[in-house]
Design a protein around this ligand. Sequence first.
Ligand code: C5P
Length: 401
Amino acid sequence: MTLSGKRILLIISGGIAAYKSLDLIRRLRERGAAVRPVMTAGAQQFVTPLAVGALAASRVYTELFSREDEQDVGHIRLARACDLVLVAPATADLMAKMANGHADDLASTVLLATDRPVLVAPAMNPMMWMHPATRRNRATLAADGIRFVGPASGEMAESGEAGEGRMAEPVEIVAAIEDLLSGAKPLAGRKAIVTSGPTHEPIDPVRYIANRSSGKQGHAIAAALARLGADVTLVSGPVTIAEPAGVRVVHVERAEEMRDAVVAALPADVAVMVAAVADWRVASAAGNKIKKRPGEAPPPLQLAENPDILKTVGHHASRPKLVIGFAAETENVAANGRAKLERKGADYILANDVSPATGIMGGDHNRVKLIGRDGTEEWPEMGKDEVAERLAALIAAKLSA
Ligand code: C5P
């Protein structure tokens, strides 16, 4: 009984997936947890408080302004007298309320008043899940420290539409709770190296060749790995974003410096090469500022190839168990990504389309294809933080396998 003695406050909001909450309650109790349910008005349209209360062997709380409920425990105690607040299913509406701090019913008030860890299992129509408003809310909640499980891809119960939005299965939710409450850090004791940002290749002391990489994706991955307990070395090119917490940052400018810093950080269990490394440097950068002289032709720029850091790591004698790269493409994204996997000796390539129309380069969102040796997985558009979280979870799963 791995959840023995744990008190779970289960908030059920109004979606068809509420029927799965009944099975969820049964499984939580089988593992020894005590479940105290809160239901929104919407939830009661899908399952009855009678059924929920019977399975939970508990009173069901539904009203914010109920004299009886308030005398029994009161909404503040309800919010605090538990080890975890679980929202399953979480509708788009409840997520929006949480992200904006609304407190106009018992469920949202409890969520605003709690100081306990909160785990959210979203369930909604795929279009609603993909809507920019829901994307924003999800990112806000993640930044607030709220944890997520799912949603999964599949067919929707009501519309038959396919896509992401189906609530995670009760077994997965129980596993996520066990992880969260055990405080287990699945990457504890593991070493990770992450590269991020652009490189600056000097032309002379004041000019350089660069690219539009912001470092947002690489920094988010370093942060996500650190949150799972990894010892992270982030080798970053020049960026203007904040350094992630709990990560060792090595600042570099040029590709060759980045390669040296990465090789110096080996051995490691995983390397994630996200930096947009310049393919070429200026063959011999001028020691002094190149002067413009009247009547003279512009100076020619002779380029030399930079080291490929991902390839170096992928073929290194101390190659990490997992080597992961990114592929920023503007055409034939999947085919180019797959070729890169082979050429660079990587286990996974996350390929994305960085055509200007996508707004990915420098933006907060990303849409990637995860290309592995055993196939390709398309991830829907999501925040760079969410891509990072998913990738960190995948890394944890692969390293423990
Ligand atoms: O070949 P391409 O630049 O598209 O490959 C992208 C992947 O390779 C990224 O993971 C990037 O960080 C890595 N890379 C590298 N060193 C280079 C060029 C790319 O590590 N010189």
